[in-house]
Write a protein of this length. Sequence first.
Length: 75
Amino acid sequence: MPKPEILDPQGKAVQGALPRLGFTGVTDVRQGKRFELEIEGEVTDEVLAQVEKMAETLLSNPVIENYSVTVEDQQ
């Protein structure tokens, strides 16, 4: 992953595209060898399902890539 102080235009492009695709609640996206999404509010089963749909729809190319969604508690 790029260091936090490094500009991430790909991450910003993804962050801008998510609302246009009907996804809400993502406050930041960083792209490197993985995507890191910060989500506002509690991470519920519904939120995880939405993130899975984001990964399937925009964040991966399921023809040539596998993906997984994990949650890191930042408290």
